[in-house]
Design a protein around this ligand. Structure first.
Ligand code: MTE
Ligand code: MO
Length: 356
């Protein structure tokens, strides 16, 4: 476990605003709303729901201006989706990367309800010259010395083919302010940055959008001044529900000797999870675990469990998932300039006390 990486006051400010999923909440199939992780670049905007409109413009045959009631009148779908921040795991990379210092907890699964993006684009009539779909949020701030609205785009093909959703409900309640009220995009299988909250405008473009959150942020780069590769799909990962009880400060675990049922979740945006292994010796030896049902569908995490016969001693528990695309979680964190997509295996220090 990387420790003593020296988080600054600025990073603490971000960490205190943007909370993670307490890992014991991995127990729930669907994350209770208040326990879902949160990432807000600027401030949560104050939105007047009655005055709010979603504009659909740019290269469309029929520009749309829709109220929340207009959207609620349309055919709705509900999808269980696991969202994960691309910066999850950042605090474990070396050398240290300054930004929101996530350890492992920037993940959650919700049932999102709303209008399929593809159906709305169909209604607006996308012109042949369009190649990119820009989503602009209501929140504004300054980042990289550039004042901006949070804005991200998707290639048209990904926008229409991937079950992307314009969601106005999470887990059967209206979106709370922090998760994008009144409407957000949800892009299944993609890292969270694509799922623009507080959505105000969808614009069809003839060129790929080149805004700050595309050009500068969310790219895999080995060096600051290279172009790099844009982040898109979530890399395979698994996490354990921390077993036993924690020591307050270190969070190290104490587990009683005997049978201990270890459990957790596994997910990937690149293909179905094919299997999960567990190690109790820090990754020296591995045992295949039992996967739970894929009850939440293809875009959500899957449960797993393993019966561990714990005997007194010191352990380092790890879990390692693999997906249908042939990806396996690495043992060591990958490094890049933004500290993104670190899907290295989790390591949980456990003491099983000898009570004899
Ligand atoms: N408008 C807007 N949308 C946004 C963001 C933001 O700051 N502003 N943050 C993005 C990032 S980086 C992530 S990881 C997800 C987090 O969604 P959540 O807070 O609902 O978990 O929202 C994305 N959408
Ligand atoms: Mo994120």
């Amino acid at each position: 476990m990387a420790q003593g990486t020296g988080v600054s006051y600025e990073e603490l400010q971000l960490a205190a605003r943007n909370h993670g999923l307490p890992l014991e909440a991995l127990r729930w199939d669907v994350t209770p709303v208040g326990l879902h992780y949160l990432l807000v670049h600027y401030d949560i905007p104050d939105v007047d729901a009655d005055a709010w409109r979603l504009e659909v413009d740019g290269l469309v045959e029929r520009p749309l201006s829709l109220s929340l009631a207009d959207l609620r009148d349309r055919d709705a779908v509900e999808l269980a989706v696991t969202l994960e921040c691309a910066g999850n795991g950042r605090a474990h990379v070396e050398p240290h990367v300054v930004s929101q210092p996530w350890l492992l907890e920037a993940v959650g699964t919700a049932r999102w309800r709303g209008v399929p993006l593809a159906s709305l684009l169909d209604e607006a009539g996308v012109q042949d010259s369009a190649v990119d779909v820009l989503f602009t949020g209501l929140d504004r701030g300054v980042e990289g010395e550039e004042e901006q609205s949070y804005a991200r785009s998707l290639p048209l093909a990904d926008a229409v083919a991937g079950d992307a959703l314009l969601a106005y409900e999470i887990n059967s309640v209206p979106l709370p302010p922090q998760h994008g009220f009144p409407l957000r995009l949800v892009v299944p299988g993609w890292y969270g940055m694509a799922s623009v909250k507080w959505l105000a405008r969808i614009t069809l473009l003839a060129e790929p959008f080149d805004g700050y959150q595309m050009r500068h942020s969310y790219r895999l780069r080995a060096e600051e001044d290279e172009d790099g590769v844009p982040l898109s799909r979530i890399q395979v990962r698994s996490l354990l529900v921390p077993p036993g009880i924690p020591e307050f400060l270190s969070r190290a675990r104490v587990v009683e000797a005997g049978t201990c049922v270890l459990g957790g979740r596994a997910w990937s945006g690149e293909g179905e999870v094919e299997g999960v292994e567990v190690s109790t010796d820090g990754g020296e030896t591995w045992t295949e675990v039992e996967l739970g049902p894929a009850a939440l569908g293809r875009y959500a995490w899957r449960g797993w469990s393993f019966r561990w016969e714990a005997t007194p001693g010191e352990y380092e528990l790890c879990s390692r998932a693999r997906d249908a695309a042939g990806n396996v979680q690495p043992l060591d964190p990958p490094w890049n300039v933004g500290g993104y997509a670190n899907n290295a295996v989790q390591r949980v220090a456990v003491t099983v006390p000898d009570r004899g």
